[in-house]
Design a protein around this ligand. Structure first.
Ligand code: JCH
Length: 240
């Protein structure tokens, strides 16, 4: 998978070269390129933003500069890429979207700053047949200072689903939200059996797999009821 990230603060994306993703890049499973948006600014001051039409606080990122950046990335591409624009007003990012995007060959993340990117950028690239699709995506109901951290979150969630990137594919399938029953995971334990007077539940050390599985289901149900009742009501509406 090829991933391009365009940002005014390219060093925000440095974590992409660490750990799991650093290794995946060395192995050639993923190729990540970080681009500085300012490289495509043309005016003498290399500005990338301007005042908002209709008034109001802050600045809006120029569609002219973004157009140059995204066109030039498309020129280098060998397949139609998916354009992902992080924004607090986008489609919610979830495990299903992560799994869908993990099957794509080329993702381009357009990370905005200030009050965001001129809305015509998303409209224009939705109509451009040289792009597979455009997705405006929110990672949650809070406002970040820019799209970089949202892109990091999405890239981590997406790339760990690519076959060969994790040594341990079963742990991926068993995660919260990738399970068909849509419950969060219950608690997990390792040695020692007693730590600071806290004991690992006896059932987990009983060796009875049937009892262990039932206990885990009950724990997952209880945790979901207390922290994520929304998941249980969604499930009731959903025939799956
Ligand atoms: C972003 C901002 C005020 C945006 C600029 C670009 C995504 N889930 C999620 N939270 N926040 C983001 C995100 C993504 C890209 C950008 N900002 C800051 C500030 C806004 O409207 C009043 C919009 C935030």
């Amino acid at each position: 998978m090829k991933i391009d990230v365009v940002s005014l603060f390219p060093s925000y994306l440095n974590p992409l070269n660490l750990s799991l993703l650093g290794k995946a890049q060395e192995q050639g499973i993923v190729q990540i390129a970080i681009h500085d948006l300012r490289d495509w600014a043309t005016d003498p001051h290399r500005n990338v933003d301007d005042t908002p039409y209709g008034g109001g606080p802050g600045m809006v990122m120029s569609p002219v500069v973004w157009g140059e950046a995204l066109d030039s990335i498309r020129e280098q591409a060998v397949v139609d890429p998916v354009l992902i624009i992080p924004t607090p007003s986008g489609q919610p990012f979830d495990q299903l979207l992560a799994a869908t995007l993990a099957r794509e060959e080329h993702l381009v993340f357009a990370c905005g700053r200030y009050e965001g990117i001129d809305s015509r950028v998303g409209v224009h690239y939705s109509r451009d047949e040289r792009w597979d699709s455009v997705k405006e995506v929110s990672i949650g109901d809070y406002v970040l200072a820019g799209g970089e951290v949202a892109a990091l979150v999405m890239i981590e969630a997406i790339t760990r689903l690519i076959p060969g990137i994790l040594g341990n594919p079963e742990s991926v399938i068993d995660d919260s939200f990738s399970r068909l029953d849509c419950l969060v995971e219950g608690p997990v334990f390792t040695k020692p059996p007693i730590w600071r007077e806290l004991e690992v539940p006896q059932v987990l050390r009983s060796g009875n797999h049937g009892l262990v599985n039932q206990w885990r289901k009950d724990q997952a149900q209880a945790r979901t009821e207390s922290f994520r009742p929304d998941l249980l009501s969604d499930r009731a509406e959903d025939p799956l």
